[in-house]
Write a protein that binds this ligand. Structure first.
Ligand SMILES: [Zn+2]
Length: 251
């Protein structure tokens, strides 16, 4: 059974010629989950041959543009392609106003329903469950309300009992906070955004972001099986067991 993550964008704040802003797709048992939706995400989905219409759940960590701007084009395209099935979106409370506001003012009409779930919890919260995964949200520390997501694969033992399989934790823009590790302790893969190198640690603090070294420290604290990060202002790449990580299209 497949459980794989494709990095559609890993650049912080601004896209570059080779790296889009944040978006990931998790494939769990051929169910597809979109996590954040930076500018150009729909093109990245196509380039990576991910079935555009098969995504049923979209998780938005926070409302900064580099994590959100791609949603308008993505939704518009789905409608033009004839989607009728509802799409479920999870994100900060204002996500619904922002997206609904956009489509109420442009002459495009979405021909399928959007179901919004507002993230408000201050602790770990189960926000979605299906046959393949459980998805838990947890708050992180950014200058706007922001959540991370913890995906746990659901499997069955040979005796037929339900069990947890592989796991993936996504830690969006956040101040380094060792306490966050309790939300995804022992995850198999941690993706922790890091915007600065260690030389810019003060700036990372003042702008509520993390450095690459801090992201690595979080991977150590939570005992992650694999770790992936790539800061904007330093081409430092640190991955456990996946030396090609974080570039567009990496799975
Ligand atoms: Zn942000």
């Amino acid at each position: 059974m497949k459980f794989s993550l494709t990095i559609l964008g890993s650049s912080a704040a601004v896209p570059t010629a080779s790296r889009n802003t944040t978006a990931h797709v998790l494939n769990a048992h051929e169910r597809f989950y979109l996590i954040d939706c930076g500018e150009g995400t729909q093109l990245q989905i196509r380039r990576n041959r991910i079935p555009l219409g098969n995504i049923q759940q979209v998780f938005i960590s926070h409302l900064h543009s580099d994590h959100l701007l791609g949603i308008y084009g993505y939704l518009s395209t789905l409608s033009l392609l004839g989607r009728k099935a509802a799409l479920n979106l999870y994100g900060p409370a204002d996500l619904e106003n922002i997206i609904s506001g956009h489509f109420s003012r442009v002459p495009d009409t979405l021909l399928f329903p959007l179901n919004f779930t507002a993230l408000t919890e201050t602790g770990l919260k189960l926000i979605h469950e299906d046959k393949a995964v459980e998805v838990w949200s947890f708050p992180v520390r950014h200058r706007t309300p922001t959540w991370g997501f913890f995906f746990r694969e659901k499997t069955r033992t040979p005796e037929g009992y339900s069990a947890y399989g592989r796991s993936y934790a996504y830690c969006s823009d956040t101040l380094f906070d060792p306490g966050l590790s309790r939300f995804f302790m022992g995850c198999d893969l941690l993706y922790h955004e890091a915007t600065y190198s260690e030389a810019h640690r003060k700036r990372a603090f003042s702008t509520t972001h993390s450095t690459a070294a801090q992201a690595g420290e979080m991977a150590r604290l939570c005992k992650a099986g694999q770790f992936d990060h790539w800061p904007l202002f330093s081409p430092v790449q640190g991955c456990f067991g996946s030396p090609g990580g974080s570039q567009n299209g990496f799975s």
